[in-house]
Design a protein. Structure first.
Length: 162
């Protein structure tokens, strides 16, 4: 039930039976049921940001990557509009994570930059800053690509794996 407390939040469709079913299914980790109920609810009335995060989680776990990305984008925007910058940054991080995994590095970098901007006025030791540090750690572990002349590649240089 912890996931529901952290992600459920307020709803724009309170009292809706499908929304309640979706949250309950997520609480049981029944992701297919959660995805179905939350998707039905979202088609009839827009989900709140926390419920969009639940939908994104369910979609990701079911391999519905595009649905996951759309839900995270909407959740990120709603959190930012509500002044919930840390939660918005967390959504932006997960967008970057999924996009980088697909090789869409430019878009991933854009979401990481957005997450960083959202955290400008947040405490330096918040968990969301730790997520951003993870992306730097992963990047530093990747083998460096070298250009034809044996020097590390840079923007605009044709690099081939060594």
């Amino acid at each position: 039930m912890e996931i529901l407390r952290r992600l459920g939040g307020e709803s724009t469709v309170s009292g809706d039976a499908e929304l309640a079913r979706g949250r309950e299914a997520a609480g049981r980790l029944a992701w297919a049921d959660a995805y179905t109920a939350l998707s039905v609810t979202d088609r009839s009335s827009s989900l709140a940001a926390g419920d969009l995060e639940l939908l994104a989680t369910a979609a990701h776990l079911l391999g519905r990557v595009e649905d996951c990305l759309r839900a995270l984008q909407r959740a990120q925007q709603l959190h930012a509009e509500a002044g919930e910058f840390r939660r918005a940054a967390r959504c932006a991080f997960w967008l970057a994570f999924h996009l980088a995994g697909r090789g869409e590095l430019a878009q991933a970098g854009g979401w990481l930059a957005r997450a960083s901007r959202l955290l400008e006025h947040e405490p330096p030791d918040c968990a969301e800053r730790g997520l951003l540090l993870l992306s730097l750690a992963v990047q530093s572990m990747r083998p460096r690509r070298r250009c034809r002349h044996g020097r590390p590649g840079s923007a605009g240089t044709l690099a081939t794996p060594t």
